[in-house]
Each structure stands twice: as C-alpha cells, then as structure tokens.
Design a protein around this ligand. Structure first.
Ligand SMILES: *Cc1c(COP(=O)(O)O)cnc(C)c1O
Length: 361
C-alpha cells in the first residue's frame, strides 16, 4: 500500500518526548522557546512564536496586524479552509483572486483590481509547497500600503530567489502530521517585528501581561514542551525530508508520460518543497480523474484530491460569494490529483506509481 502521507517519527523524537515527560515540565516552556529559536534560525527570521496549530498561527497573525471588522483581506479560493476561516475569525472579509493554472497559486496580475479602500492585507498561500511570486506580491502590497501575511503551512523550507519563506513577512506554518515536518499538532508564526512577536506570544498565552494579570482578550494556543521536543528533532531532519521529496518529484517528472496528464510546473526562481506532487488530469486524457484514481487504488496506490471544491462554493461560504466566479479555480478543482511523494517512498514505490500511470493509453 502506498499512502499519500506517512509521518517519519524515529527514535530521536521518541527519546526527546520521554525526556520531556520525565522532566515533569510538560506544558509550554523551555523546550518550546528552544524550538522557536531554532525555527527562526532555520527560516532566517528574527522571531518565531510557536502555537498549537497552523490555524491558530494564522488567527494570531491577523490579530497582531490589527485586522478586524470591516477590513478586507485578499486571498485565494483554492486552499485549505483554514486560510479563509482565519480571516473570518477576526471579523474581516475574505476577498478572492483567481489562481494561475501552472502554479496553483494566487495570480498576482489579478490582485490590484480587487483592492479597495477597505483592503488591509494580502494573504497568499504557498500551495503544495510551491512558493508564490513574492516579489510581485510584496511590490503590490508596498504600493498600496497593505500588510502581507503568508500562509506557508505547506511550504517549510521553500524559497523564492534569495528569500527563504518566512524570512520577510509575518508567515504561518503548520506541523500537522501530513506536513513536511510535524509536532503531531502545532504551528509557528515568524516575523522580523519584535512588537508583533511580543503581541503574538501574549495572545497565545491567554492575553496575560503579568502572572494572572490580563489586558487583552487572549487565546489558549500554546505549544507544549512535548510537541516542541518532537519539532526540534523534526527540524533537524527537515532538509533531508525536503531533499527526498524533491528527488522523488524529479523522478516522477522525468518518468510519467501520459497524454493529458499535466505534471507540476515550477518557476526557475522558486524552490518547491513538494508538500504535494499535484498533476492535472485534463480532457485530453483518455481516462477521467475518477478513473485514474480507481486505477491507482486498485494497484494499492492512494492518491488524494486537494481540493475538490473551491472555498467560495463551500456551503459555509456560498451565500457570501453568490454569483462570483473564479473560472481557473473551478476548473482546476476538477482536474487536480496529488500523487504520493512523501520521503518514505522507496524506489519500488516510485516505479509502481510511474508504471501504473504509464499504462494509460
Ligand atoms: C494545514 C494547513 C493549515 C492549517 O494548519 P493546521 O495545523 O492543520 O491548523 C492552513 N493553511 C494551509 C494551506 C494548510 O495546508
């Protein structure tokens, strides 16, 4: 069986967890601080604030930048729901911009027409580990005096040009078990602004200003020492995990040859870390996407569709976006198929994926 994800938890993580449990200091503490420091060093940001999920990191980031009621935040309709929910959490309005069909990311050339007097921020999502065109997006943000908050929940270790993801704007990461590294559950916010890092820390610790004194409405979004201990070990392994993902992707790039199945495209400036390896099953393929999925499953390979339905078409959101259309996103939702790419795949697994697909005539 070849599954879409398989967390790599080794002896190092197990020993680190036991050592924290034995220490008696098991909630947020010294190990969490150490993980924050090491993560900031890894991405090249001045500060990092650990949270209990990527979703809470996004929520806290928006709060830290003062985004709230009556504000508009520009983002993509083709993402995991948490990117958009977090905008709703603070009472702001998500405004969608369609994607580019090659990168699956927000199309920077369509952003400016969506900017209004109410726009406060752009929230680009580096989907599947492929970083957005941040030079363009940062330039637009600067021109219109907007904040940029990056959703890098799928893009640990990616980069565009000389900029590592997380080293420029306030950026959010997730350590959910399917992501490029895990803490079981967890998230991280990185920033170069000390005030943002202080406010984020306060907001995730119940808004406490002093021991049991409070001056802002905070949340309980702490990351425990137990989770951070796993994160420290995973962070050491992340470069190797990503190297393996990229190597696997290269193999699939070079060997899958099926008419009508379009392989991922990457800008020459970008380092894609392949959280997912996502192909498009187009009308030129002799099989439908469902038939391709069935063929793979019957051979013990379990692909996944991320995401079958655009956010603006979800029951939760459809009434707010009634009549709005994002044609590229809507088509792509029907074409995408993510193939297993995780670092635990063997050469045999990769060959099997290639052989099964290449049978399609
Ligand atoms: C995983 C993910 C999140 C949320 O992270 P959690 O840790 O699951 O809360 C947000 N945005 C994107 C794009 C994600 O993939």
């Amino acid at each position: 069986m070849i599954y879409i994800a398989k967390p790599s938890i080794g002896k190092e993580e197990k020993d680190a967890v036991l050592s924290v449990l034995d220490s008696g200091m098991i909630t947020e503490g010294r190990v969490t601080k150490e993980f924050e420091k090491k993560f900031a060093e890894f991405v090249g940001s001045k500060f990092a604030v650990a949270t209990d999920s990527g979703t809470s990191a996004l929520h806290v980031s928006l709060l830290c930048h003062g985004i709230g009621k009556d504000d508009e935040v520009i983002t993509t309709p083709f993402t995991f729901v948490a990117s958009v929910n977090s905008i709703k959490f603070v009472g702001a309005k998500p405004v969608f911009v369609d994607i580019n069909e090659d990168t699956f990311n927000i199309d920077p050339s369509l952003i400016e027409e969506k900017i209004t007097d109410k726009t406060k921020a752009i929230l680009p999502v580096h989907l599947y580990g492929n970083p957005c065109d941040m030079d363009r997006i940062n330039e637009i943000a600067e021109k219109h005096n907007l904040v940029v908050i990056e959703d890098a929940c799928q893009a640990h270790g990616s980069s565009v040009g000389v900029h590592n993801t997380g080293s420029v704007n306030t950026t959010c990461f997730s350590f959910h078990p399917t992501k490029n590294m895990t803490t079981v559950m967890g998230g991280m916010l990185t920033t170069n602004d000390e005030d943002i890092s202080k406010l984020a820390t306060k907001l995730k610790l119940c808004g406490e200003s002093n021991f049991y004194y409070y001056d802002v409405l905070g949340y309980n979004y702490r990351m425990t020492n137990v989770n951070a201990a796993i994160g420290l070990e995973q962070l050491k392994k992340l470069p190797e995990f990503n190297r393996k993902r990229r190597e696997n992707a290269k193999y699939l790039d070079e060997n899958i040859k099926v008419k009508g199945i379009v392989l991922p495209k990457v800008d020459k400036n970008s380092k894609h870390v392949y959280h997912q390896y996502t192909v498009r099953v187009t009308n030129d393929c002799s099989k439908t996407r469902d038939e391709v999925i069935e063929l793979l499953r019957s051979n013990g390979i379990f692909p996944q569709v991320y995401y079958p339905l655009s956010i603006h078409k979800q029951k939760l959101y459809e009434k707010d976006y009634n009549g709005e259309s994002y044609p590229i996103t809507e088509r792509i939702c029907n074409e995408v198929l993510s193939l297993p790419i995780h670092p635990n795949l063997t050469q045999e697994d990769l060959n099997k994926i290639v052989d099964v697909l290449n049978e399609i005539r």
